[in-house]
Design a binder for this molecule. Structure first.
Ligand code: ZN
Length: 407
């Protein structure tokens, strides 16, 4: 039977029977998880509730050999294993929390196969994307949901990764040096005619209104509105992840300026929206007015971080604790598991939002694997109740995601 036929058969079987967690939600497991993630939010201990990002932990199958044969992801993985797609890496996880779990509650999970797509050529190798939906319940009450996607790939078929490229740097000239000096100083400088006082951008030697060759500059407030924009998808830009939104902004001072628009998904860009200038990485860029920027957080990823978090999330896949096995399966070393990355994203946001924050959901997409020796740097921005998070290593973006903060 072909892979697609097997996928249709497993998907048609619908949700698996409910699998009940081995243990009720309990404080020792919560404490191990908090210690491994490094999360010192006091709310869990105080209120006797579990961190929401632990939802998957409670129903993890445990050591290999204890797998539930009725689990649709397990069934589909078996089909792909037989076809030679024996390696696995998680790529996407979107969790919705209806409420936090309380100590003593016993959860059950049902999963169903929703999509199998392939074969695709990926950076890791030729493989199939397998998507499942899961629902957790307590006494029949839905408490959380998850869409989960893995890539099952054939080891040894990886494309060599292109070397990381640096963003293109601006070229300065005598006419534009004042502008880039301003960017370095955190100022948005606009050229002003020393004779008639008219503002102009882009800079040039002569005033287009009076012809005077007497350039000076004014410091703009940094506020403006989106006049127009484009979304760049292809070709790839050095040092950037597509898509990139580039906006043409009407400054409050009356001139127009181009720059990258940060912190907004392409679908959410609105003509006329208010923006503020920001000076990230030596380039002027724009961000929606009122958006708050989270302080960056750097995590030194050690073997202990990788192994302790894998065990605290009850993920016993060998690639997260056994270096030889990880290399045999096509990795460089052991690497962080997706349950941990979800937990680190939760910690980053609640460290910033404070103990009273209640999370409604976490959705992440994984990119470059995170290995021991990496420094994982989280950055984020918040608009309303939604926080966008990015976690990067020297090799590129490890995780991009959004967190919904309910209160
Ligand atoms: Zn002039």
């Amino acid at each position: 039977m072909g892979i697609e036929d097997a996928a249709r058969r497993i998907a048609a079987a619908g949700p698996s029977p409910a699998r009940v967690a081995r243990d009720p939600v309990n404080r020792p497991a919560i404490r191990d998880w908090l210690a491994a993630i490094g999360d010192d939010n006091p709310v869990y201990e105080r209120d006797g509730v579990a961190p929401p990002a632990m939802i998957q932990v409670w129903t993890m199958p445990g050591l290999p050999g204890l797998h539930d044969p009725a689990d649709p992801l397990r069934a589909m993985s078996g089909v792909l294993d037989e076809a030679g797609f024996t390696s696995v890496v998680a790529t996407d996880c979107a969790q919705t929390y209806h409420r936090y779990l309380r100590e003593g509650e016993t959860v059950a999970v049902r999963g169903r196969l929703t999509d199998v797509t392939g074969p695709k050529r990926t950076a890791l190798g030729e493989g199939w994307f397998v998507t499942t939906d899961s629902t957790w319940t307590v006494d029949g009450e839905p408490v959380a949901e998850m869409r989960f996607r893995v890539l099952k790939f054939r080891p040894g078929t990886a494309r060599p990764a292109p070397p990381p490229s640096a963003p293109i740097r601006p070229v300065t000239s005598p006419d534009t040096a004042f502008f880039w000096d301003g960017v370095a100083a955190g100022e948005l400088r606009v050229q002003r005619c020393g004779d008639c006082g008219a503002l102009r951008h882009p800079p040039g030697p002569a005033c287009p209104w009076c012809g005077a060759l007497k350039p000076e500059y004014a410091v703009a407030s940094g506020g403006g509105r989106i006049h127009s924009y484009v979304v760049h998808h292809h070709p790839p830009l050095p040092g950037r992840r597509s898509p990139v939104v580039v906006a043409l902004v009407d400054l409050d001072e009356g001139v127009r300026m181009v720059g990258e628009l940060l912190g907004v998904r392409p679908d959410d860009v609105r003509i006329g929206a208010q923006v503020r200038a920001e000076f990230a990485a030596g380039l002027p860029a724009w961000r929606p007015a009122g958006q708050r920027v989270l302080p960056a957080w750097e995590l030194a990823v050690t073997p202990t971080v990788v192994v302790s978090t894998a065990l605290a999330t009850r993920d016993f896949q060998d690639v997260h604790h056994d270096r030889d096995a990880a290399v045999r399966r096509g990795g460089k070393d052991i690497f962080l598991n997706i349950l941990t990355t979800t937990g680190l994203v939760q910690r980053y946001v609640t460290d910033w939002a404070g103990p009273s924050a209640v999370l409604g959901g976490i959705a992440i997409r994984l990119g470059a694997p995170c290995y021991p020796g990496d420094t994982l740097t989280f950055t984020g921005s918040a608009c309303g109740g939604e926080v966008s998070v990015s976690g990067r290593t020297a090799a590129g973006e490890h995780v991009a995601g959004t967190v919904r903060v309910a209160s």
